[in-house]
Design a protein around this ligand. Structure first.
Ligand SMILES: [Fe+2]
Length: 210
């Protein structure tokens, strides 16, 4: 692999609709010894900054604006000087979590970011939230899936702004078309790969749906 992928796990409470659940969130750093792209910024900017270890931060991508992925983004941005990047369809969620200050730039489907000489393709995958994105590194065969796809199946869609049918459609259209050997780094829990997920019953149901 031409780039390094580092994992930092942060812990806190995911909150929605007045409820609160303790969760661990995977924070991914993509890069080399000089620069990194941070994927998600939940709960603990200090530990994420420690993982950066003085490298230049080219951007902080929030895969979506749930608080467990985005509530430390602005503190981390101020600490590193890096811009926060979010898909605009999550603007409403973002305003709940980080009121009074917008992200620095908007992500778009098929946009290409670059870090450490590697291309990072933005895939807009609505469903878990309207503005959820995944990041695909074609040269590395790696996918950062946020809460769109976890090990064992799609992310949850219990929030009022989520849609299970839209999530399944996104996974089918944008993720299951990628190679089987693609390694999946999710927003929570363990890594998986697309070949494994493709063979799961839920994915077969996706294939058979209209
Ligand atoms: Fe989420």
């Amino acid at each position: 692999m031409a780039v390094d992928v580092d994992l930092t796990v942060t812990a806190g409470n995911y909150r929605f609709d007045g409820a609160s659940f303790a969760v661990d969130t995977n924070i991914w750093l993509i890069g080399d010894e000089h620069e990194v792209l941070i994927v998600d910024a939940g709960f603990d900017a200090t530990s994420i900054e420690a993982a950066v270890d003085g490298r230049d931060v080219v951007g902080i991508v929030c895969t979506h604006a749930h608080n467990d992925h985005a509530d430390a983004a602005l503190t981390l941005a101020d600490a590193t000087g890096a811009p926060v990047l979010l898909h605009p369809d999550d603007a409403k969620l973002w305003a709940r979590v980080n009121p009074g200050r917008l992200p620095d730039a908007e992500l778009a489907d098929r946009q290409v970011l670059t870090v450490a000489g590697t291309s990072v393709l933005v895939l807009h995958t609505p469903g878990h939230t309207a503005g959820s994105v995944c990041l695909y590194l074609p040269d590395e065969g790696v996918l950062f899936s946020g809460d769109t796809l976890l090990s064992g199946g799609p992310g949850m869609t219990g929030d009022v702004l989520s849609s299970r049918s839209t999530l399944l459609e996104s996974i089918h259209r944008s993720l299951l078309v990628l190679p089987d050997e693609t390694v999946v780094h999710p927003g929570h829990g363990y890594d998986t790969d697309l070949g494994t997920e493709r063979s799961e019953p839920w994915a077969t149901a996706v294939k058979g749906s209209p």
